[in-house]
Design a binder for this molecule. Structure first.
Ligand SMILES: Cc1ncc(COP(=O)(O)O)c(C=O)c1O
Length: 463
């Protein structure tokens, strides 16, 4: 894939500031973009001349930076072709993705499974499974049991929903991908929260759509800005319920006011995880045309890979036509187990928020102790803190952190154009003692950074 000089310039952000020679700052920043996955392996970089023009710097600076990257194994060159991104051969695989069991993984925001509850749900599902044996088992809309259970989940939240408004998917990410493939044409604009869930950004850019970011600030969403941006967009993707990564929840007033000129996908993956206060009202109560996506990945377990789309039947028909290009349905046993879980209201158990609340508070306490300069507001729900450093160190910290036994997701992965270099996302899905140890290790990594250390790790996957 060719990357334009302007796209690289946007990703580089403010690389020009700093004491070291410009070519070194540029090669360091490009290397971090490779390690962080924002410049993907095999991507073809712009020519030296084009990048120099886009950056307003000399061709010698870009040429020297490219040569440094070639020497260190991060770029491959061939005569008369663009330089392509690669990784050094001598990077031992265990340094690329941390598989060390002693490493604390803060890059994935997802809880462990509630073991006994899952056991019981699968036991019940196994008993029901023979009912499905007479049919072929391919069902692109999902089983009647789960479509009914999801429709009930919406009814309980005050949104009248019939099973024929529901399509079952392999998790919410699959739902977003299916919607993007069906609804977007190249160069369409997609309004997104900024920051937002990284895999959604990737889904939209891979559909060759153009993200149109609207800031989610410390106090949340600005409905006037959203409405103005929606007039220029073909699609909107919003996470109003305990937003990933900030944990913010759109106010009831904003929900009532919000009217978007384009079709909106409302991601409700975190809805059941209200930690302080009530669960929010579904946005679709006020925006009847909105498409909602959800899953049990955060309220029960990501390994179930079960999610859904709530939409008008005519849109579900279009999705049904598009779906076979990538998959032919969701496994029946997982659907039956998920239906049991929803019918028993296991996603709404009170012990889940209780535990998350205590882990959230422990994580914030550890930050105060070990990283007192970091600002991490208390989120109303969800599973992550959005922490801000004083300096733009996020990518460098993510690259060095595995050397200190912890992996994190760097802030710029949650945005576009190199934004959020002062932020990191910290999930509180691990036990409090591990969270405290992880923060202590992060503090060591930050200290090493200030003393000039650099890291070579490729990013851990985020979720
Ligand atoms: C906001 C948001 N949407 C969707 C997903 C994907 O969820 P699933 O595991 O159901 O595919 C995630 C996972 O982290 C998420 O945070």
């Amino acid at each position: 894939m060719k990357i334009s000089s302007h796209a690289v310039a946007r990703m580089l952000g403010t690389w020009q500031e700093g004491p070291r020679p410009a070519h070194q700052r540029l090669s360091d920043r490009l290397r971090l973009l490779v390690l962080d996955g924002r410049l993907s392996l095999g991507a073809a970089l712009p020519s030296e001349r084009d990048l120099a023009t886009a950056l307003g710097t000399s061709r010698t600076t870009v040429g020297t930076a490219y040569r440094t990257l070639v020497d260190h194994g991060y770029l491959a060159t061939k005569a008369r072709a663009r330089a392509t991104v690669r990784l050094p051969h001598d990077t031992p695989s265990e340094r690329r993705v941390s598989t060390d069991s002693a490493t604390i993984d803060l890059s994935i925001a997802a809880p462990p499974a509630p073991v006994e509850i899952l056991h019981a749900a699968f036991a019940a599902a196994l008993e029901q499974l023979p009912r499905h044996f007479e049919r072929h088992g391919y069902d692109r809309y999902g089983t009647a049991e789960l479509r009914e259970a999801v429709a009930e989940w919406y009814q309980r939240r005050g949104l009248p929903t019939a099973p024929d408004h529901i399509m079952i998917t392999n998790g919410a990410q699959h739902a977003i991908g299916l919607l993007a493939r069906t609804l977007l044409a190249p160069r369409d604009k997609v309004l997104i929260d900024h920051p937002t869930y990284p895999h959604a950004i990737r889904t939209f850019t891979e559909a060759r759509a153009l993200p149109l970011p609207v800031a989610v600030g410390p106090s949340g969403w600005d409905t006037a800005q959203l409405q103005a941006a929606a007039r220029a967009a073909q699609l909107a993707y919003l996470i109003p319920d305990f937003h990933n990564p900030t944990g913010l929840c759109m106010s009831a007033g904003a929900r009532r006011q919000l009217r978007l000129a384009c079709l909106a996908i409302i991601d409700e993956t975190m809805t059941d995880l209200a930690l302080d206060g009530e669960k929010p009202e579904p946005c679709a109560v006020h925006m009847p045309a909105a498409v909602s996506v959800g899953s049990v990945s955060k309220s029960i377990w990501g390994g179930l890979r079960t999610g859904w789309i709530r939409a008008v039947p005519s849109l579900l028909e279009r999705l049904d036509q598009a779906r076979p290009a990538t998959d032919l349905g969701t496994p029946v046993i997982e659907q039956l187990a998920t239906a049991v879980l929803l019918n028993e209201r296991q996603t709404e158990r009170s012990d889940t928020p209780q535990q998350l609340r205590s882990q959230r508070d422990a994580l914030r306490q550890s930050l105060t102790e070990y990283l007192p300069d970091v600002h991490a507001p208390q989120p109303a729900g969800g599973i992550t803190l959005w922490a801000t450093f004083r300096e733009p160190i996020s990518s460098r910290l993510a690259a060095i952190a595995p050397d200190y036994g912890v992996t994190i997701a760097a802030g710029p992965r949650f945005g576009i154009g190199g934004a959020f270099e002062r932020h990191i996302r910290l999930p509180y899905t691990l036990p409090s003692s591990q969270l405290a140890e992880a923060v202590r290790r992060l503090a060591q990594a930050q200290l090493a950074l200030t003393q000039g250390a650099t890291g070579t790790h490729t990013p851990a996957p985020v979720a």
